[in-house]
Design a protein around this ligand. Structure first.
Ligand SMILES: NC(=O)c1ccc[n+]([C@@H]2O[C@H](COP(=O)([O-])OP(=O)(O)OC[C@H]3O[C@@H](n4cnc5c(N)ncnc54)[C@H](O)[C@@H]3O)[C@@H](O)[C@H]2O)c1
Length: 365
């Protein structure tokens, strides 16, 4: 059962596409809230219908896999502007969706009866600094389209924010939920904008907006998309393949990080959390913090021959120097039971074993 909706709104066709003119109010019914103890089911038709935008990046394919296990394969649609690799195309519904095309996005939501929208499309921090115009368009104009469509159709919408939404004037160790946010990257500015716009739409139009500030995410199967924490993924692949790694951040740069399984589980948990448990609509989540030197030492316990050299990229280093070292996440732990499972040693053990297994599979095929 979808949320009861009382339409007070209308849309007009203007500029790049139809726009929300008035508020669309929806009143959640309790049947839309799926408790955490709910068993996995692939047959239930009374499930949310989820659209993931920007789904071919580092996080989307893994999230689709997790959500499909929970809600059924055909209830989760992955979308992007790029062509998917074969294994992704054959793993479940995939469609083209450009978040800058409002009309196309609305058509997808209507035709597929979408009830939850996970908005992953973005231009990340390092890439954003090299193409500010693109970052503005995708991260700000695209976000406006998402919020308008979600409001117009009474969707639950999840938008990830980031440690990049803080800046040099924020307290850094740990960074509280509420503090000064003056980032100095277009990525950070656009994510603060997303947090504020989402919360504003929640208060103004009762949009069911949910947001987590992700730390740097580490994954074995998917490549990062041009962020400042990318080194923490690349070092594992280099450690296994060549034994040499050139790090583009200083050895003592401490940043908050999280293994992808924790990140995706947190995303599912906040999506499923009863609305009344969410005292906030934007939460910090934290797992571990480490420097390149800490990570190198931990990997060297398994691969002692790993050699790391440093060739600092001034753009990335300046970004990292203004970011939190750790996030204060007691509100998420209190309101919806957030708990990380991976610490540094578990992360390293898991990453090395995943990469070794995929290399063996690649060699065997
Ligand atoms: N990966 C991390 O460490 C991390 C950390 C904090 C927050 N996040 C956030 O999580 C989300 C997903 O991150 P990711 O690492 O998978 O990003 P990514 O850069 O790997 O992927 C982003 C995807 O967006 C797509 N995209 C770009 N322009 C688009 C458009 N106009 N329409 C539709 N899709 C478009 C790209 O093709 C790409 O597949 C982002 O919002 C990011 O800001 C990620």
């Amino acid at each position: 059962m979808l949320a009861m909706q009382s339409l007070r709104g209308a849309v007009k066709h203007a500029g790049s596409g139809p726009r929300l003119l008035f508020a669309v109010r929806h009143v959640s019914s309790s049947s839309q809230h799926f408790g955490r103890a709910r068993p996995l089911s692939c047959t239930d038709t009374d499930q949310p219908k989820v659209l993931i935008t920007g789904g071919l990046g580092q996080l989307g394919v893994g999230l689709a896999k997790l959500l499909r296990r929970r809600f059924g394969k055909n209830n989760v649609i992955l979308s992007d502007i790029r062509k998917p690799p074969n294994h992704v195309y054959h793993s479940g519904p995939f469609i083209f969706s450009d978040i800058l095309d409002y009309k196309n996005l609305r058509e997808i939501v209507v035709n597929n009866n979408i009830s939850w929208l996970v908005h992953y499309s973005a231009v990340l921090s390092a890439v954003g600094e090299s193409n500010v115009a693109l970052a503005k368009e995708v991260n700000i104009t695209g976000l406006h389209n998402i919020l308008d469509i979600a409001t117009e159709h009474g969707l639950r919408v999840f938008v990830p924010s980031t440690i990049g939404a803080f800046g040099p004037s924020s307290p850094r160790d740990p960074t509280p939920e509420l503090c000064v946010q003056r980032p100095r990257t277009i990525y950070g500015v656009s994510k603060v904008h997303a947090e504020l716009m989402g919360e504003y739409y929640h208060h103004r139009y009762a949009l069911d907006f949910r947001c987590l500030r992700y730390p740097g995410i580490i994954s074995a199967d998917s490549q990062p998309g041009g962020g400042t924490t990318d080194y923490a993924v690349q070092i594992f692949h280099s450690a296994v393949k060549t034994g040499d790694f050139e790090c583009n951040l200083r050895s003592d740069t401490r940043l908050p990080m999280m293994y992808i399984d924790d990140c995706l589980r947190a995303t599912l948990e906040i999506l499923e959390a009863p609305a009344e448990s969410l005292l906030s609509r934007t939460y910090n989540i934290n797992a571990m913090s480490f420097t390149p030197q800490d990570l190198t030492q931990e990997i060297q316990k398994a691969l002692p021959d790993l050699k790391v050299t440093y060739n600092v990229d001034p753009v990335r280093q300046a970004i990292a120097d203004g970011w939190p070292m750790a996030l204060e996440d007691s509100a998420a732990r209190r309101d919806w039971g957030w708990k990380h499972e991976y610490d540094l040693s578990e992360l390293v053990r898991t990453m090395l074993s995943h990469i070794a297994t995929s290399n063996q599979l690649a060699q065997a095929s």
